[in-house]
Structure formats: C-alpha cells, structure tokens
Design a protein around this ligand. Structure first.
Ligand SMILES: [Zn+2]
Length: 371
C-alpha cells in the first residue's frame, strides 16, 4: 500500500476493515469529504461503509431537519449505534444518496415544521421505503399554541402544511410501502400493514390497528389523505382484511375509520374475508351499544360484493351471544344487498360460536338483489 518512499500508491488497495474503521472514527461530513478527495476512496466507502444502513430517523421541527442512519442490527457498528447529520449541512444530500440500502424511515415531525426539502431529497435519491412511521407532535414551547383565540390560525395553518407534505411523501413512496404507522399523540395512532399473498395464504392481507380518537378536522387534513396515499400505489385491494379496533371515544367511528384505512373506495370489490377484533374495552359495552355500532357499520359493506366470511371477535365481551342474533341478521342482509352470493357471519365469544341461522339465510335469499 505504501511505496518505498512512504507515499500511498493506491487507495483502493487499502483493506476494507481499515476504511470501515476510519469511517467509524469521523463524522458523516468528514466521510463525505473523504469521498470527494479521491474517486477510489469514494467507491470503496460506498461499497464498504454505507450498505449496512437500513434505518433512517428524521427529526423535523421549526428549526430544520436532522437525519440519523443506523444499521438493522446495532451490533454491526464498531461501538457506534448511529450517525447523524443536519440537513442544513452541505454534505447531507450526498449522504442521503449514498444510503441506498435504507428501507425503513421514522419521521418525528413537529406541527410547526416548515422545512420539508429533506423529503424531496429522499424521493430523488432512489431510496425505496417499505416501512414508514410518522409521529406528529405539537411543540410544548409554542406561545401561540397555548393561547387559543378564534382569529389566530397561524399554528393550525403550519400543522396542515406538515400534514400535506408528509402525505405527498407517502404518495411518492406508495409503490414500495407495505407498512405505515401514523401517531398524532402519545395515545392516538393508526397502523396498516399489507402482507402480500405467499405460500401460506393465497390472497394479500391488510391488517389495521386503529387506536385513535374521533376528530373530523384531523380526518380531513391528515388521516384520510395519508392512508389514501398509502393505498394509491397498490394495484388492487387486499383479499383479506383484519381490523383491530381499540377505540378512544366512539367505537362506531373507530370501526368505520379502520375500515376506510384498510379498504378505501375502489379497493372493496375483491375482499373475501374480514375479521374484526375488539380490544378489551368491549367488555364495558352493552349489547345495545354493540348492536348499534355494527348496524351503523353495515352500510360500509355495500361494495364488498365478494365478502364470503365476516368474523367479529368479541372474546373480551361478557354479553350473551344470542343477543346478537339480530345484529348478525342486519349484517347478513347488507351482504345480500351487496350481491354476495353466499357468505357466513361468525360472532366469536368465549361461549360457543353462533352462526347465522339457516332460516334467515333462506329468507334473504328470496329478496331481490340490489346492484
Ligand atoms: Zn403553535
């Protein structure tokens, strides 16, 4: 590696371990400087150092953005768990372009963030995200947020801008995204995971965990647009849907919200199996409350023409299963109206399973179908 006079003859002869050790001892800015200093070193660092980074974390607030990269397993780094660089740094875009192995991004975004160029830089870099977690938060130290006045729209305007920019990012990444989790507070979150068809199951499955308070303004500015953007890149809807509803204030709205996340309009025609699970809070609901919630939900089934099986899991509930016979009838009737040829509805309790009575099936089979 060194010639007789002591000078380095070729940087490409330097062992990979040495390059790796040098990179671990300096900042990302310095690594970028090293790469610029020599084309061989540039290629060697791209080959040795950057491919291990699969996770990226982005912090965005009123002051700007910072990105941190880390490997899938922290053990592979020589005593260092991650590397960070402010997006303001002239080297940040070069670093983003080098991190081609990143497939998982977590974004913590303040409602008051107003620098979003980092998202455009990621889209331009060729990074293809499969898992995205977005945590929206309101900064604790904003004086305007503390003073609620009717004329002041400053902070809300900023918040909506953050919602739009993140939604655009999700749309750009929607072809590869299979997991998306959005949190709007420590208690409120919604996640969706799309599992492709594989050897174990013949159809793709969408799994949604909905644990969010009802908020129509937030639905309009963020929740509906961002999950619509997620589904946009998918050619068709899932064959199977698994909803888990852990509602905050109103079960009926949470259930409808979860359904919308899993099956936006246009993605409902192909679903053949749906399972709805309720959190343990369901034990606090009366039979009447459960009935009216599912009755309201039945309207959503008008486009699920191929839904063969609907399972409602009430394992945490103490109510008498037979009290839901009427509920089963309402749901079944809606499926007949939707044009579903044959279907079954199951209500799961700790008590024995009740199934749709044949009598009702025959009764409704005689009803005219509405298309
Ligand atoms: Zn504010």
């Amino acid at each position: 590696m060194f010639a007789a006079n002591g000078s380095m003859t070729s940087l490409k002869d330097m062992p990979a371990e040495i390059i790796d050790m040098i990179c671990h001892g300096v900042t990302l800015e310095d690594i970028a400087n090293l790469q610029e200093s020599n084309p061989e070193l540039d290629r060697a660092i791209d080959f040795v150092f950057f491919p291990r980074f699969t996770k990226m974390r982005i912090m965005m607030d009123a002051n700007g953005s910072t990105l941190t990269v880390s490997p899938r397993s922290a053990h592979s780094l020589l005593g260092k768990s991650s590397f960070s660089i402010p997006f303001d740094s002239p080297k940040s875009q070069q670093i983003i372009r080098a991190c081609t192995a990143v497939d998982s991004i977590t974004i913590s975004v303040s409602d008051h963030a107003h620098h979003f160029r980092i998202l455009e830089a990621i889209n331009r870099s060729g990074i293809a995200v499969t898992k995205l977690v977005v945590n929206f938060y309101t900064p604790k130290d904003c004086a305007e947020c503390k003073v609620i006045t009717t004329r002041d729209k400053g902070c809300r305007g900023l918040m909506n801008r953050a919602h739009r920019k993140i939604t655009t990012f999700v749309r750009e990444q929607s072809k590869t995204l299979t997991k998306l989790k959005v949190s709007t507070s420590e208690e409120d979150s919604i996640s969706v995971e799309l599992r492709p068809a594989d050897g174990a199951s013949t159809s793709s499955e969408s799994r949604v965990i909905y644990s969010h308070a009802a908020d129509s303004a937030l639905n309009q500015s963020l929740i509906n647009p961002i999950f619509t953007a997620f589904n946009l890149g998918k050619a068709s809807g899932p064959g199977s849907v698994h909803l888990t509803v852990d509602w905050r204030s109103r079960l009926d709205l949470a259930l409808q919200g979860a359904f919308m996340v899993a099956l936006p309009i246009g993605h409902r025609g192909g679903v053949n199996k749906m399972r709805i699970g309720f959190s343990s809070k369901v034990s606090s609901l009366s039979h009447d409350e459960i009935h009216s919630c599912l009755e309201a939900f039945s309207d959503q089934l008008s486009e699920t023409r191929r839904l063969k099986e609907l399972i409602c899991d009430f394992k945490s509930s103490q109510i008498d299963p037979h009290l839901l016979d009427k509920t089963v009838s309402v749901l079944s009737k809606q499926l007949v109206f939707a044009g579903t040829e044959s279907h079954r509805i199951r209500m799961l309790f700790d008590a024995p399973i009740i199934e749709e009575p044949n009598r009702i099936k025959q009764e409704w089979a005689a009803l005219p179908k509405v298309y």
